[in-house]
Design a protein around this ligand. Structure first.
Ligand SMILES: Cc1ncc(C[n+]2csc(CCOP(=O)(O)OP(=O)(O)O)c2C)c(N)n1
Ligand SMILES: [Mg+2]
Length: 339
């Protein structure tokens, strides 16, 4: 059973993924890969970690949450709607003219504390809020922020990290969705990040590394973050959540194409929906296609599926072979984490 939600985290993660497919499909909006990658983190947060009241979004004791990788806004909108902050039907308006559910995260939406989308700002904002709460001796809530790993190319992230350690912000937990990719390429072909955990450690943070598509590991990590923030010199904690971009739909996994591409009418939408239906947990309903799609269009021989669309794939020698994850078809999270 979940702690804070009528859904378990597994149910909520499925719903976030299903809404994510529909919302990007209907709007022709981007970032489905980023939504799928972060869905499990969002689900565990809203089912088991964050303290909130859907009927009172500004409740003073709520845990504050910032999705700093605001391009995955559909994931937080879906989590909020399914947690009771507003009606699930409204999700269909995402990215449409006049909708408050803008493509990137908007604070006009109930349950959202800070607008994001321009990368590199969420941690700084959370650090400022956490610092203010400490100064005001408010210890009845915490501050959570989820960043992208490519986002950590932004210098402001590291200035905020320095500040958080210096002021011993043990009321702050950052999670990095470490999917090894950003918008056009692997991180390592853009700006080298590794040894990522060592970098956070050097900035003074407690560091926990987990499989970010595994709910038990995530739950344990959040629990451990609570313990560490008190035990270890009152430091902030970062959870480095190793994920797969596009996780949950085989032809989207580890394929940079799906950062910007949306599931088009035809086999892309049909296969995405049917793949999700094969793993649908009991006790939840699919609002859009309750029984999946009966006669799904399948990709034809000539369709561009399972190809690697990362332009640097053929020339990069710096990226470890196992990290390339080119075999999205066979890839599972477990295999990837053998590295
Ligand atoms: C300041 C800024 N520069 C560029 C962009 C365009 N942009 C949107 S998503 C993205 C890649 C983000 O990669 P990452 O943080 O790893 O997130 P992921 O999609 O992999 O979860 C970029 C560069 C932006 N939103 N903000
Ligand atoms: Mg990334």
């Amino acid at each position: 059973m979940s702690i804070n939600n009528k859904y378990t985290s597994e149910q909520l993660a499925w719903l976030i993924r299903r809404h994510g497919v529909e919302m990007t499909h209907l709007s022709g909006g981007s970032h489905i890969g980023a939504i799928m990658s972060v869905a499990d983190i969002m689900a565990v947060l809203y089912a088991d970690v964050l303290n909130y009241r859907a009927d009172a979004p500004k409740w003073a004791r709520r845990d504050r949450f910032i999705l700093s990788k605001g391009h995955a806004g559909a994931s937080v909108y879906a989590a909020l709607a399914e947690s009771g902050f507003f009606g699930v039907d409204e999700l269909k308006t995402h990215y449409q003219n006049g909708s408050r559910l803008s493509g990137h995260v908007s604070h006009h939406v109930p349950g959202v504390d800070f607008s994001t989308g321009s990368l590199g700002h969420g941690l700084s904002a959370a650090v400022g809020m956490a610092y203010a709460a400490k100064k005001d001796c408010k210890t009845d809530h915490k501050y959570y922020v989820v960043l992208g790993d490519g986002e950590c190319d932004e210098g402001s992230v590291w200035e905020a990290a320095l500040f958080a350690n210096h002021f011993r912000l043990n009321n702050l937990v950052a999670v990095v969705d470490h999917n090894y990719m950003q918008s056009l390429d692997f991180n390592e072909n853009t700006l080298e990040l590794e040894d990522f955990g060592a970098k956070w450690k050097a900035f003074g943070w407690n560091v926990i590394e987990v499989n970010g598509n595994n709910h038990d590991e995530l739950r344990d990590a959040f629990e451990k973050a609570n313990e560490l923030s008190i035990e270890i010199a009152h430091k902030p904690t970062v959870i480095i959540a190793h994920t797969i971009k596009g996780y949950g739909i085989s032809f989207m996994q580890n394929d940079i194409l799906w950062h910007y591409r949306f599931p088009h009418d035809g086999w892309e939408y049909d296969c995405a929906v049917n793949e999700l239906h094969k793993k649908k947990p009991d006790g939840i309903e699919d609002l859009y296609t309750p029984n999946g799609i009966e006669n799904p269009k399948l990709p034809a021989e000539a369709d561009d599926i399972y190809n690697d669309h990362t332009f640097s794939y053929t020339w990069s020698t710096s990226y470890p072979e196992k990290m390339r994850r080119v075999d999205a078809k066979a890839g599972t999270n477990e295999e990837v984490h053998e590295v």
